[in-house]
Design a protein around this ligand. Structure first.
Ligand SMILES: C[S@@+](CC[C@H](N)C(=O)[O-])C[C@H]1O[C@@H](n2cnc3c(N)ncnc32)[C@H](O)[C@@H]1O
Length: 374
């Protein structure tokens, strides 16, 4: 069976989390900045797209070479057997990125690569300069870093954070793979209670339920590989069926509350779409009125962060309430994500550990208060 060199991409700071996920799925990994490499077959491409909770994409590395000038770039790309990968009508958008390299103009890199592929394909298919690009999409990308060029095929398509269970709404919810990544930075595995007291559209609680029940996060969506004409079409269905047999019942409760009833309605709809509505107890409660009789669990939340001074004051008042009300549950390990550098001061306790992350482009800290350490 043909083996490919594969790699996953992910948000900054999540390399070790994705590597661990891949290792748990049974792969040997090699980590670079922003990428984790592994080897695998078509079945592994399906498996990783279906099961990785914290990665962005799974790509096939097609070719790697040193490129100090455009002639080399053109010739190396031309030398690849493109007709073996792309059917004559393939649509093949090329994304270009060049960092700390002699070839630094991304538009030029991109158009040279596109031209080399078009030239080779028209030669291979005897098409005389015309390719219709009316068929299925094969997303390609060229990435040059320190003069080493890598050309890859994206097997995922839309980023893996788009699970497909979430309804669109105006707020700024956390991406699904980011929420799963935060959960993977805690000891959460579904055996202890989990509470999100500021749940918004419910992403953290829903991702927790998917982890706890061992539901594959890619259950609801299609992937780019579904349209590749050389890809075994039976594999996706086979692995989906297998995934269904691996679902477990929930062991420990998941609670999700918020002050705002309207966001809770969205959270419930999302949970329903993900098939976990019955597994999460949603309730409208303000942090100041929060109580629980659950014990020895995890509290995790992404409280509001006020960008403007006026909102900042409100957010900081809330951090104080969190410290007063949630802080007393010392048998719970607590995890809070915010961009406010003064969070600990208002919460009233120094975090056991702090982890620097990026939520999209926003620099944030993940404040960790381990149980019974306060
Ligand atoms: C940044 S959002 C959370 C987003 C969420 N992680 C998601 O993925 O959708 C912060 C949430 O805190 C809620 N909130 C603000 N003040 C609150 C309070 N005093 N008590 C409970 N929830 C509050 C807001 O209604 C909002 O839904």
């Amino acid at each position: 069976m043909k083996k490919y060199t594969l790699y996953t991409t992910m948000g900054a700071g999540f390399e070790s989390v994705v590597a661990k996920e891949l290792q748990t799925l049974g792969y040997e990994t090699r980590t670079e900045n922003g990428r984790v490499f592994f080897e695998g077959t078509q079945e592994d491409i399906v498996k990783t797209n279906l099961w990785l909770r914290t990665a962005d994409r799974v790509k096939i590395l097609l070719k790697e070479f040193k490129a100090l000038d455009f002639d080399t770039l053109y010739n190396e790309v031309y030398a690849f057997d493109w007709a073996q990968l792309l059917p004559v009508d393939a649509k093949f958008p090329v994304q270009g990125r060049a960092v700390r390299s002699k070839l630094h103009s991304e538009p030029d890199v991109q158009s040279i690569v596109k031209k080399a592929i078009v030239d080779k394909m028209t030669d291979q298919y005897h098409r005389r300069g015309f390719l219709p690009e009316t068929g299925s999409e094969y997303p390609l990308d060229i990435h040059i870093y320190k003069d080493i060029a890598r050309i890859s095929l994206d097997t995922t398509g839309e980023s893996l954070f788009k699970r497909g269970y979430r309804v669109e709404h105006g707020g700024a919810p956390m991406k699904e793979n980011f929420a799963a990544g935060l959960l993977r930075l805690t000891p959460y595995n579904g055996t202890h209670p989990l509470i999100d007291p500021m749940t918004g559209s419910g992403t953290l609680a829903i991702e927790a339920a998917l982890i706890a029940k061992n539901i594959a996060p890619g259950t609801w969506r299609k992937f780019a590989f579904d349209n590749f004409d050389w890809f075994d079409p039976t594999l996706h269905q086979k692995l989906l069926e297998e995934a269904k047999t691996m679902i477990k019942p929930l062991e420990a409760p998941i609670w999700a509350s918020d002050i705002d009833q309207s966001v809770l309605e969205i959270a419930k709809l999302n949970a329903h779409n993900a098939g976990v509505l019955q597994d999460i107890r949603f309730k409208q409660v303000a942090v100041k009125d929060f109580t629980t009789d659950l014990e020895n669990g995890i509290i995790i939340a992404n409280p509001p962060y006020g960008k403007r001074l006026k909102d900042r004051k409100g957010a900081e008042e809330l951090y104080k309430q969190m410290g007063d009300v949630l802080g007393k549950y010392t048998d719970f390990s607590q995890y809070y994500l915010t961009a406010d550098p003064n969070f600990e001061k208002f919460f009233g306790a120094k975090a056991t550990k702090k982890r620097k992350l990026f939520n999209g482009n926003l620099r944030v800290d993940f404040y960790q208060y381990w149980a019974n350490r306060r």
